[in-house]
Design a protein around this ligand. Sequence first.
Ligand code: AMP
Length: 439
Amino acid sequence: MTFASFNLHPRIASGVQALGYEQPTPIQLQAIPPVLEGRDVMGLAQTGTGKTAAFVLPILQRLMEGPRGRIRALILAPTRELAEQIHDHIGGLGQHTRSRSVTLYGGVSQRPQVEKLRAGVEIAVACPGRLLDLIGQREIDLSHVEILVLDEADRMMDMGFLPDIRRILKHVPVKRQTLLFSATMPDDIRQLAHDILRAPVTVQIGQTAPAATVAHALYPVAGHLKTALLLELLQGTDTESVLVFTRTKHRAKRLADQLKKAGYRTASLQGNLSQNRRMEAMDMFRDGSVQILVATDIAARGIDVSSISHVINYDMPDTAEAYTHRIGRTGRAAKTGDAFTFVTEEDADMVRAIERLLGAKLERRTLPGFDYRAPEPERSAGGLSRPPRGSRPPAAREPQRVTTPTPAPAPAAASDAWSAFRRRSRRRPGGVRPTMGRR
Ligand code: AMP
């Protein structure tokens, strides 16, 4: 099957071509035909499956005809980052159409958003809070909405947006097409779907488990050795872009500082940053000028960097679903990626929950040559682990290219173990591999 089978308008087809999409992904194959027919769709698919184009392409197709300058498609997203990504997809796929979209989210000045609305747009990509503000101020008219999309609906629930969504629904016409995308299907999403979708077609990709293109591994380690282990892993693994997750903003910032000191081009993405700083960090990660991004769950929502080679859970996520979301950042659109998770003794229950969700036992790995018995330093500032005495010093290194095919030489004692580890990694399907193309 090719994109030609969807009979998209030639201007849209040329956008698809410009982005280099050759084959539709499974979610696109399943969802695009019913959406084009005007059916409601419940899409069970995580980020990385190509779900954005699955709803953006039919929206663009619909907008090729009919009035312009009024909002005819409304897309709700949980975070600013995801809203911006959807907007980028619209800009890319719709580059030869005249459709205009605006992003609406809080934390930035409202004025440019209002000016765009006043100038006339056909698509609004909005986070619920700012949208409600604009509705309250009568700056936005949703009475012409023909198609409503709820993207990452489970995330929106997790973030407490359900009441806001129900309020927003009162401002869009009852007669409309509705699409709901979610990576997981908890009871409240099932209820919401039941309430707002009419005779929906359900399309499901890969259960609710992370993409099969991701190789998972657990690294059991004591809490105080996590940073040391991370440094060792980074040094011994060919990585392209690495996304590291921590539990708190504070830990994200501190770990990013430690990685910077160790010579890695690193940025942190956490809620304490201004919107501009967050965008800047994302852009640098996307264009490769930053190799490692250390993020919290909320800040990382919706990150779409097609070349993320490794997701490293420095801290275990709070839920198995959050694991799915984190891991969804790598192995995107049928590329392979590695997911490493550091586990301490306290994480045993969560490991079981994740394995239940995946329906498989995860591989436990130890890093040869790593001193797992190094004692805890006397003072571990901020609760973050520090490299143990005697581990490789975080000497400043030459800034590396994004791909690091040749790691800095390991100390003699550890080098054999390193070679063994790297050989093992290379043998693994979906393991360490050559550089992938960047978007
Ligand atoms: P999404 O799941 O929508 O966040 O998409 C994940 C990534 O896959 C994005 O970088 C898209 O640009 C890319 N993508 C989406 N559809 C295709 C396709 N048919 N072929 C290749 N890449 C795609």
